[in-house]
Design a protein around this ligand. Structure first.
Ligand code: BES
Ligand code: MN
Ligand code: ZN
Length: 534
């Protein structure tokens, strides 16, 4: 899909469709109001007659509206104006995209990007709060922080709205049909979405926002595709091939793949112990994006790549076990974020590390009680073979030390406990460096791909005690997400590290079953920040 920005009045657009928002209680947006005036009250009439209520998600296509130059007008309901927020904005853009795509219009101009939109501040820690807090901290003032919550909430600028509109549109139109023999093809799909900006002055910033939005949407789509592919296709070898494909497309991307023999030589006993149960060879995929000078320390992204998790000998119950093909969504996010980064040519170095394997119950598989030696030299008693994510990540994290990273972020569909704690709206975040975890929380807020922090206190470490090895790979029923992170923390002492548990956010279950591409947007936003481009 092509995206662009332009400024101009809605009644003057000679296109297939013009998109405008309306609110409940007959409240027209500025663009809807202009169309209404130009057409002699066409839209107010619809309200009066009850065709239009402006409820969230309502859409209405009008043909040949008098005294306009467009073939169609698409009206999108945005709910009560006072409740209009980031989510309703994205939902409105998504609803518009779906209707446009089926409407026969191939080119449309949308004025949703003109709607005034306040930054969401539910946790009382919006971005301006964070910015103000930083300034205050440096100023030495101690008492001002308490009054910060009285600050007026800021409006999102057009850059944010354009970017989110691109991302929401691509997200809404995404289909995974490569494995269906009959594809559900739309006859005349939407090809070009033009987003309105208030004046010519905003055009350059708007164009840059389109670029960023498209790069992120591309990364999200890649992550969705990889997540949605079944385990019999998306194997560790397939993931390695995807990394090599990235290298082919981008000059600054270089890939190395470590094979089982390499891992044996290095002593990656934990990763190898998981791979024992599978006939698919494991891979440790290393992807370097070199966008800055050699001596610039990289940010490392480490992604769990279990291409199918049966639980191993501690086998999972059958219900919804198919969803364990999504257990490589951390790996998919690494590839997605690197793709976005390379597309944007960001001036920084990023190293992706993906331990990839299946977790299956073979006669040679690891058993509960087995003890393995990790690459770090620490020993682990495997009390449950279904806690395999941390076993492959610990060796990948130790391996990452050699790149002397400025920061390491790992992404993993690590614990069912995280789904219970946070549901599917926020990723779990834990780490050993407050500057890093704060930066990730901020990036998630800015990108609309949020995370929520959990404590990583020493008290929880005790749950990993083993009578026979340095540690056990499980910590009991309590605080499962935290004890999993505690396990990883024992392998991340040499660098600034944060862990995102994406078990709840990486895919949807039920009727809309499918990968979400999260947290590619959060990661890319964070990397934009590191590159000084946020
Ligand atoms: N991949 C799973 C985590 C998971 C489960 C994600 C369900 C999303 C939905 C992970 O490998 C796992 O099995 N974790 C165990 C850990 C336990 C044995 C300590 C879990 O969460 O049950
Ligand atoms: Mn598991
Ligand atoms: Zn798993």
């Amino acid at each position: 899909m092509e995206f662009s920005v332009k400024s101009g009045n809605p009644e003057k657009q000679r296109v297939d469709c013009v998109v405008v928002g309306v609110f409940e209680n007959r409240k027209l947006s500025a663009a809807a109001s202009r169309l209404d005036k130009a057409s002699g009250g066409f839209i107010t009439n619809l309200f009066r007659r009850g065709d239009l209520q402006g409820k969230k998600g309502q859409t209405l296509i009008l043909h040949s509206v008098p005294d306009t130059l467009c073939a169609r007008v698409l009206i999108v309901g945005c709910g009560p104006e006072t409740e209009f927020n980031e989510k309703t904005y994205r939902d409105a853009a998504a609803a518009a995209a779906k209707v446009l795509n089926e409407s026969g219009a191939t080119e449309a101009v949308t004025y949703l990007t003109d709607l005034p939109l306040k930054e969401r501040d539910e946790d009382g820690k919006g971005r301006q709060y964070a910015a103000a807090a930083k300034v205050l901290k440096e100023s030495g003032a101690t008492e001002a922080a308490a009054h910060l919550t009285d600050l007026p909430v800021q409006e999102h600028d057009v850059v944010w709205k354009v970017r989110q509109c691109v991302e929401a549109t691509e997200d809404a139109l995404y289909r995974f049909e490569q494995l269906k023999s009959r594809k559900d093809k739309v006859k005349r799909p939407l090809k070009h979405l033009i987003m309105s900006v208030p004046s010519k002055r905003e055009l350059p910033a708007g164009e840059q926002a389109v670029k960023v939005g498209q790069a992120i949407a591309g990364g999200v789509s890649l992550a969705k595709d990889l997540g949605n592919l079944p385990g019999n296709i998306c194997t560790p070898t397939y993931l390695a091939g995807q990394a090599r494909a990235l290298q082919k497309h981008h000059r600054k991307v270089h890939v190395e793949v470590l094979e089982r023999a390499d891992m044996e030589k290095l002593g990656m006993g934990a990763l190898l112990s998981v791979a024992r149960g599978s006939r698919q060879p494991p891979k440790l995929i290393v992807i370097h994006y070199r966008g800055a000078a050699k001596d610039k320390k990289p940010v490392a992204l480490v992604g769990k790549g279990v291409t199918f998790d049966s639980g191993g000998i501690s086998i999972k119950p059958g219900q919804a076990m198919d969803e364990m093909k999504f257990d490589m969504c951390g790996a998919a996010s690494v590839l997605g974020a690197l793709s976005a980064c390379a597309t944007l040519g960001l001036p920084l170095n990023v190293t992706g590390v993906i331990p990839a394997t299946e977790n299956l119950p073979d006669g040679d598989a690891s058993k509960p009680g087995d003890i393995v030696t990790t690459l770090s030299g620490q020993t682990v008693e495997i009390l449950n073979t279904d806690a395999e994510g941390r076993l492959i990540l610990c060796d990948a994290l130790t391996y990452t030390e050699r790149f002397e990273p400025q920061a390491v972020v790992d992404l993993a569909t690590l614990t069912g406990a995280c789904v219970i704690a946070l549901g599917s709206h926020a990723a779990g975040l834990l780490g050993n460096d407050a500057a890093l975890t704060d930066a990730l929380l901020d990036a998630g807020r800015a990108a609309g791909d949020r995370a929520w922090q959990l404590p990583l206190w020493d008290e929880y470490q005790e749950q990993l005690k083993s009578n026979f090895a340095d540690m056990a790979n499980i910590g009991g029923r309590e605080a499962g997400t935290i004890t999993a992170a505690c396990f990883l923390s024992r392998f991340t002492k040499k660098f600034h590290w944060a862990h995102l548990d994406i078990a709840g956010v990486a895919w949807n279950s039920g009727a809309n079953k499918g990968a979400t591409g999260r947290p590619v947007a959060l990661l890319t936003q964070y990397l934009l920040g590191v590159a000084g481009q946020d």
